[in-house]
Design a protein around this ligand. Structure first.
Ligand code: GLU
Length: 481
């Protein structure tokens, strides 16, 4: 298919989570892979739950991920406006048309009546659906209701038969309309329901392919009926599989953050997030390395999307992110973390360019996020405040022996290279009789104030003997406190 038009249609009522992000990504990839257009439409018909802040958050998140749109609420386009709250006139026109063609009718039932009807159906073990009571009202009965001040909702009339469509992911899908009641397309306050608004917009905006989450599968037959009644052929559909947690249960907070904005703020890289999302239901990326959007788009194919649920594993994202950090150009990484580094109070001015590069090279080892890099860098600056575990190490009796031995070994030196570092460690080992972890842990603690972090050899060679001695004095004071 060439030049498709696809849309991402978020409801601006909360955070942008991985599920929405995956839908946006797959739409973007499909458009990019087929020279199409990617459209963003804000589905804010539920005014009570929608907010401008949430809309801004969604748009900002998409931009930061690199998922730029061709038409949308901020930039407009040929089929605007792109916010449903500004399109009510189009929905009202569609409703008028549907009433004229006898595909819709006003319903005056009160919420209480509907609730009683629902309970009666359940008690009779029948699926709860609208009885169609208001279908049969005469013109006179309708005007009596109107005179009584009752504002009707408008329902779509189900006329029987089945709705079939070919889903790009799920294959042939069929629904028997006997399972649906006449559904509401316009509420009594004259606002369009989601089912109507989204169907009208997909038609009016010339959407060719609707790619969305499987949770919308059951809405599709009703939207197809609306479009056909309005004289349009529906677009193609592709329903993406559900996303579960790594243990196969419903995805929730305890599986680690799935809020994309939060992840970006914590320093996760857009390409790492995109690669992790591309893996949710599609086998085109294996997650062994971070891939760019362009690289993923070059091989993207909806036919390769699986119908079985996919699992979101935060650890996979952590892995991808730490790989991305490791393979990033040193200068690029330095500019990425510089703002956060400065905010953390790191004395950038104290170190020359060469030292900064050397430090960042070692600080990125074992870091999952730029925030980890910043915290590792803090160990070079001596800015680390020991945590409880490190305080215990600092207070252990061997630690003061290690500190004394270190001071002795360092005092005659003016510089340190890898060879000298090795002999310093050997000398401390000989003086204290300690080896392995029992030796390295207190050495690290008296120098950095932390229990883990960048390679000790790097810390020694970069800081040099004078700075190391100062550190030991400072941390020894804590040891005695
Ligand atoms: N606004 C809907 C949602 O956020 C999406 C509707 C659709 O894609 O048709 O779930």
């Amino acid at each position: 298919m060439n030049n498709p038009r696809v849309r991402f249609a978020p409801s601006p009522s909360g955070a942008a989570h991985i599920g929405n992000g995956r839908t946006a990504l797959f739409n973007w990839l499909y458009a990019r892979a087929n020279s199409g257009k990617f459209i963003v439409r804000i589905e804010d018909t539920d005014q009570a739950r929608s907010s401008e802040t949430s809309e801004r958050l969604v748009l900002d998140t998409l931009s930061r991920l690199g998922l730029r749109w061709d038409e949308g609420p901020d930039i407009g386009g040929p089929y605007g406006p792109y916010r449903q709250s500004e399109r009510q006139h189009l929905y009202a026109r569609a409703v008028r048309e549907l009433i004229e063609t006898n595909d819709a009718y006003p319903c005056y039932c009160s919420p209480r009546e509907l609730e009683m009807e629902r309970k009666a159906s359940i008690a009779a073990r029948k699926p709860p659906r609208y009885s169609g009571k208001c279908r049969k009202l005469t013109v006179a009965e309708r005007s009596a209701m109107e005179k009584g001040g009752i504002r009707p909702a408008i329902r779509f009339k189900i006329k029987g038969g089945s709705v079939e469509f070919d889903d790009a992911v799920r294959g042939g899908v069929s629904f028997d309309t006997a399972d649906f009641g006449d559904f509401i397309i316009m509420r009594s306050d004259a606002t369009a329901s989601y089912l109507l608004a989204s169907a009208v917009d997909d038609m009016e905006m010339r959407i060719t392919d609707v790619i969305r989450g499987e949770d919308h599968l059951s809405n599709t037959p009703m939207q197809i009926l609306i479009m056909r009644a309005l004289g349009h052929e529906p677009p193609r559909y592709a329903h993406l599989p559900m996303i579960l947690g790594p243990d196969g249960s419903k995805l929730s907070k305890r599986h680690g953050s799935a809020d994309i904005h939060e992840l970006l703020e914590a320093g996760y890289l857009p390409d790492a997030i995109n690669t992790a999302m591309a893996m949710l239901g599609w086998s085109g990326v294996d997650g062994n390395e971070v891939e760019t959007l362009e690289a993923i788009a070059a091989k993207f194919d909806l036919g390769g999307v699986s119908r079985s649920p996919s699992r979101y594993d935060k650890k996979r994202l952590d892995n991808l992110n730490s790989r991305a950090l490791r393979s990033m150009d040193t200068g690029e990484l330095l500019s990425l973390v510089s703002p956060a580094l400065e905010r953390s109070g790191f004395p950038i001015d104290r170190f020359g360019e060469e030292h900064m590069r050397a430090m960042i090279e070692t600080a990125r080892e074992g870091a999952n996020t730029p925030a980890d890099v910043v915290s590792h860098m803090g160990q070079f600056a001596g800015a680390v405040k020991p945590d409880d575990a490190t305080l215990t190490i600092l207070k252990a009796p061997e630690t003061s022996q290690v500190a004394d031995a270190l001071k002795k070994a360092l005092s005659g030196l003016s510089t340190i290279d890898t060879e000298k570092y090795k002999s310093v460690i050997e000398s401390v080992s000989l003086q204290t009789g300690l080896k392995g972890k029992r030796l390295y842990q207190p050495v690290r603690a008296v120098i950095t104030g932390a229990a883990s972090g960048p390679k000790l050899a790097d810390i020694f060679t970069i800081l040099g003997p004078e700075e190391l001695l100062k550190r030991i004095d400072k941390l020894e004071a804590l040891e005695r406190a």
